[in-house]
Design a protein around this ligand. Sequence first.
Ligand code: ADP
Ligand code: GLC
Length: 493
Amino acid sequence: MKIVFLSSEVAPFAKTGGLADVTGSLPRFLAKLGLEVRIFMPLYREVQKKGFPLLKVADRLPFHWAGQEDVFTVWESAESGVPVYFIDKPAFYDRDGLYGTAAGDYKDNGQRFAFFSQASLAALKAMDFAPDVIHVHDWQSAIALAYLKSIYGQDPFFQTTKSLCTIHNLAYQGLFERDILKTIGLPESLFDMDGLEFFGKVNFLKAGILYATAISTVSYRYSCEIQTPEFGCGLDGLLRKRSDVLTGILNGVDYAAWDPAKDSLIAAPFTASDPKGKEVCKKDLQTAFGLPTAKKDLPVIGMVSRLAGQKGLDMLIEALGGLFPLGVQLVILGTGEAEIQESLETARRRFPSFFGLKIAFDDRLAHKIYAGSDMFLMPSRYEPCGLTQMYSLKYGAIPIVRATGGLDDSIREYDAADGRGNGFKFEACSPPALIQAVQRALKLYAHKRAWAGLVQNAMACDFSWERAAQEYVLLYQNIREERTFPVSVRSRF
Ligand code: ADP
Ligand code: GLC
């Protein structure tokens, strides 16, 4: 089976969040199962700066873009084990950042990602690679399906091509003014309630939801949540209409990159059977954040997060006054919204010996946090999947999460009666609920043997991609045959 991924970010080339982890690892596991996978992404300045060796595979391909003749170049990297193709168009992608700068999103993001989407389809034709399934991810490439439907609708090359749209985050939809259609070469007739129109705007993600052969989300629970008004972001009605082809597959982890036994980015390796290195990592983490290391038994709670409303940081900030008197240290690594950043900085000044904060995107420090923390906090308001709780499990940092989306599907509350479970969960979106979950964790932390048992449970959890990749293969097969499918993958527990 031939599969093509279109994604606006792919690790290790360019990453702002979990999408890059998924598109950077899942294709390799699909290839191991015998699928022929190719990935397309834009050639950002960041990719060039990182100095990956790239091979030019098409120079100045002529391209009919929005009523004009244009050109773009295609580069290839073999770095990640499956071919990654980069759409090179300096006017769009040779800039700082993927989507914008600290000053905000780039104003022409609609054009940038529409160009990427259509150019990827044109490149597939030029390289004579007709996929069985085009797999698009989020709004930035969902719009490709509008091109497949309209401009390439009668093209014999794509006649047998089917599609899968994976929603990693429904809250980001790619909304633009009506007149964008002219500038991206899509017919005005698509501006219709049954097309891309959405409350007077053009909605790129809606193209994926409407036109994809099948739709998936990155956890089973999120696939149910987005069909409700509370989580549906205005698209729940449409998602309900398409529920016969909507499914959820929980993301996996690439344990080649996320394993404390062989992680070169952390201070000392450790395993479940030989956990001594974790103490070294904890000290190293406290030092990195300028926190006192003397009180060895003070647990460190870690967080690695985009600073966005989704992640519940406002709830955490409100809870801090109640949290620190319980006897914990907190370290946060994140970048994102200025307002959240400022509130966190204010809080850090208030609690300097308990609270370490780094406003940066720093992969090495992220690894140090998973390795050195005793607990890992995710008070998300919603969470399509969440990868960080899965990474922290592997590093023996016990997740404390809100019961939503993939967090609910991957974390089970520890039960002292039978010693089962891998973390702590709370339901209500409120500071007291968060504090109570931390209190439950602290109570157990005081019992060293029971805590060690919980850490063993956590480190033994297996969320490897092997399993999820098999679920995707099944899904692709169903898509190719255009079968409806109940491939609903429930909680792992
Ligand atoms: P989301 O995709 O919503 O941001 P996920 O939990 O799926 O959340 O994935 C986040 C990914 O981004 C993880 O690999 C995490 O380690 C990484 N990450 C997030 N913020 C930072 C940061 N400031 N520095 C380094 N890595 C980060
Ligand atoms: C999104 C979601 C996150 C998910 C990631 C990868 O960024 O916010 O929950 O893990 O995509 O699918």
